[in-house]
Design a protein around this ligand. Structure first.
Ligand code: TYM
Length: 331
């Protein structure tokens, strides 16, 4: 039986947070044995916001090392850099002609980012979901493991795929978002009504995957909570709810189990436990990442092999699309 395909990516921009880990990478690792997995470093998406070139190059390699340090095995899944496979840009162009300006203007992330980067609302920023649709559809992905914030982009990918399939016959597999409950939406530690984001200006709002133990523990100690002292999930307690979610995601238990563990305990003890649990998971990842970054040739080799595999799979879909829409491809 054919194995199901899985596709996802992270942008090599800013300092990755624990949200990127629990919402995405951690879940990818779990699936690499059972699916055909393609995981990209989305540097073409990253340039929709201005990047420093040297930093972008450095972060690309750091992200490759992080993927492996988190447990992705380059023998089992295809790890590659998006810009190494030209089919992404090629399919995005075609899909642009099946996507409406109005749809893109309505995307939540576009609206947010347009506000944040009002001096640079470029076409790429608006077209971002189409490039993402191209990423996913090229690999005929069945599932797309992402955090909650990317769900809308997977939904528009489904719309575009269905639109194309209806016109030209079955061409793309229509993907489903794959979102786990624990850790799919980690909120800011300073404003728990806002998503934790790598672009947050307040360094205490997010925990970076690169933060050392003391920093992690200090940030959790300072996390905004509320004035009573009950540790339970509640709409009125977004700060505590967020910390319970983080704890559960890092501990590998359910939120209900976490609630039970801390019933009757004080906030101080709870926050320390969350900080220590997160730091314990991050330490070996950081160590492995550092070790891998010292082996530049190995990383370059992994990315080259990954790009070759991705190129082949992507080319197959692109060629099918070109045939369907009437692009002459020689005899
Ligand atoms: P990016 O780089 O913003 O984030 C990478 C992944 O991390 C998840 N995430 C979170 N999950 C839980 N809580 C949070 N606070 C949090 N913040 C981020 C995101 O949902 C995402 O899964 N457009 C994508 C990258 C991309 C992609 C793709 C994803 C490009 N092509 C194709 C899937 C399929 C992005 O900007 O993710």
């Amino acid at each position: 039986m054919e194995r199901k395909a899985m596709y996802s990516a992270v942008q090599p921009s800013g300092n990755l947070t624990i949200g990127n880990y629990t919402g995405a990478i951690r879940n990818w690792v779990r699936m690499q044995n059972d699916f055909d997995c393609f995981y990209a470093i989305a540097n073409m998406h990253a340039i929709t916001v201005r990047q420093d070139p040297a930093e972008l190059r450095r972060r690309t390699l750091e992200l490759a090392a992080l993927y492996i340090a988190c447990g992705l095995d380059p023998e089992k899944c295809t790890l590659y850099v998006q810009s190494h496979v030209p089919a992404h840009a090629e399919l995005a162009w075609v899909l642009n002609t099946f996507t409406y300006v109005g749809e893109m203007e309505r995307m939540t992330q576009f609206k947010d980012k347009s506000q944040k980067h009002a001096d640079n609302i470029n076409m790429g920023l608006m077209d971002y979901p189409v490039l993402m649709a191209a990423d996913i559809l090229l690999y005929q992905a069945d599932l797309v493991p992402v955090g909650v914030d990317q769900k809308q982009h997977v939904e528009i990918t489904r719309d575009i795929a269905n639109r194309f399939n209806n016109l030209y016959g079955e061409t793309f597999r229509v993907p489903e978002p794959y979102i786990l409950k624990e850790g799919a939406k980690i909120m800011s530690l300073q404003d728990p009504l806002k998503k934790m984001s790598k672009s947050d200006e307040n360094p205490n709002a997010s925990v970076a995957l690169a933060d050392d133990r003391d920093t992690v523990i200090r940030k959790f100690k300072r996390a905004v909570t509320d004035s009573d002292n009950e540790i339970c999930v509640s709409d009125e307690k977004p700060g505590i709810t967020n910390l319970l979610n983080i704890y559960a995601a890092f501990r590998g238990c359910t939120v209900a189990e976490a609630e039970k563990e801390f019933a009757g305990k004080g906030y101080g003890e709870f926050k320390l436990a969350v900080g220590e649990t997160v730091a314990d998971v991050l330490a070996p990842v950081q160590q492995k990442q550092k070790q891998l970054l010292a082996e530049k040739d190995y990383l370059a080799g992994v990315l080259k092999a990954g790009a070759e595999r991705a190129f082949k799979a992507a080319r197959k879909t692109l060629s099918k699309v070109y045939r369907k829409i009437g692009f002459y491809q020689g005899e």
